[in-house]
Each structure stands twice: as C-alpha cells, then as structure tokens.
Design a protein around this ligand. Structure first.
Ligand SMILES: [Zn+2]
Length: 257
C-alpha cells in the first residue's frame, strides 16, 4: 500500500489514508480520512456490535438522503448492465423492505394525506375527470379482493350516517330524487341535511332508531309529497313503520312558514 499522509489524502479527496504505522491495537491498516479511525478496528467493532452499526448506518442514510441518492445514481450510471439485469431482484428486495416497514410507511402517508388533503383531492379529481377507467378498475379489483373490508366500511358508514344512510341505501334514493323539486335553494338543501342530522342526534340520545319521515309521503297512493325541508320530521322507526305511507290523520300545514 502506498504511504500517504492524512493531509495529502484530504487534499486528493480520498476517504482513506495509510501511514504504515500500527494503530494502538497493532493493526497495520488504512485509516479513515474523516475520523482517523483504523479500518480494521472499525470492522471489528461492527462485527461485535451489529445492531448498533446497523442503526448508525440507517441514521446516517436518513440524515444524508441526498448524498445516498446521488451515490446510487452515480453507481447506476457506472454499471448500466448490472442495473438492468437485476431489476427483478431489486423489485423483490424493495417489496420485502416495504412489507417490513409497511406500518411506518402507511402512517407517514396518512399524515401527509391529512395535512395536504384539499390539494390531493383536487389533483385526484382532475386525474379522474381526464381518465376515470383506472380508478374504477382499481376500486372494483380492491372490492373483489377485500369483501370483508367492503362489508366493514359499509357498516362504518351506516353507523356514522344513521338515518340518512338508511334513507339513501334503498331504491328509495330514486324516489327521493324525483320528489326533490329543482327550485330548492342551497339553504333548503342544508335544512334537509340538518333534518337527517337531527334524527341522528335523537337516535344517539334516546338509543332507539329514528327515521326521517315525509309528513306527506313521497310514494303514497293518493298523494305525492315532496322531499323538502318542511315535509320532513324525525320520528321513531316504529312510528314510521306503522304509519306506512298513509297521509297524516289531520291535514297538516305543508307550507313553508
Ligand atoms: Zn486497529
């Protein structure tokens, strides 16, 4: 090995230097230019402390991400054939790495999503409008592969939306659409939404199921009530079942006050 001082090595940009002198453990080996440590001593320490050495390396890589990326890019350029030939192997390794750190990665993603939700949603919408098919395919594939999750999500939605979910989960949805006059203002729609929230609140307070009822039924035999705020009220599910699309006994004021 060529003898070179630390100063010269530094000037040349070398990572190691060699003085020919033994270290205090008697190794005649190279030393690191940066920390002056004996390479052999360092290797021994690594062997004796595998966990610590691994953690230190990971921490360094995390702190010097740019450097790592630059290094691997440089390496890829220098070894194009090797790089190309080992694509599959690398994919496998990456996959294994992903599954090992899956929870951390997903948690980080989730935080990122929450912090940037509105921007992400806008981007997603633009992408979907341009080309909806991939999203639809991915969703139906996921649904086929995760029937349990689909059921669980549906249940969660049901719990979260209570009366509204029930009203909108049947063929009833269509009828509601027909019975909703086009002249309703945005405020009216908010009021309708509030009627469902109100029923949900009652449900939570009384611990029994509530329905949002149309005072004048929208699918009655003789009447055709409208899906408008002043035709809505929250009643217990039992009451609603017994009423069953009958008109109220006493004609009620069905006008907006
Ligand atoms: Zn040594």
């Amino acid at each position: 090995m060529k003898i070179i001082t630390r100063k010269q090595a530094k000037a040349l940009g070398l990572k190691r230097y060699f003085t020919g002198m033994p270290c205090r453990h008697g190794h005649i080996s190279e030393k690191y230019t940066g920390c002056k440590k004996c390479v052999e001593c360092n290797d021994e320490w690594k062997l004796q402390n595998p966990e610590k050495s691994k953690n230190a390396a990971t921490a360094w890589r995390k702190a010097n991400r740019e450097k790592c990326c630059a290094y691997s890019r440089k390496w890829q350029k220098a070894h194009p054939d090797y790089y190309r030939e080992n694509v599959q192997q690398r994919q496998k390794t990456n996959k294994a790495l992903y599954y090992r750190k899956r929870d951390t990665i997903l948690a980080e993603k989730k935080i990122y999503y929450i912090e940037n939700k509105s921007e992400i949603r806008v981007k997603q919408k633009i992408r979907y409008k341009k080309n909806p098919q991939p999203t639809i395919d991915a969703a139906s594939k996921w649904q086929k592969e995760n029937p349990g999750r689909v059921r669980a999500n549906r249940h969660a939605r049901k719990v979260a939306n209570g009366p509204k979910y029930r009203a909108y989960s049947t063929a009833y949805k269509k009828k509601i659409k027909v019975a909703t006059p086009p002249w309703l203002t945005p405020e009216h729609h908010v009021q309708i939404e509030q009627a469902y929230r109100f029923a949900q609140l009652k449900e939570l307070l009384t611990k029994q199921p509530f329905h949002v009822d149309h005072i004048y039924p929208i699918q009655g035999k003789t009447s055709c009530g409208l899906h408008v705020p002043w035709n809505l009220r929250a009643i217990t599910a039992k009451e609603n079942m017994t009423k069953h699309n009958k008109l109220p006994a006493e004609p009620q004021s069905c006008h907006q006050e």
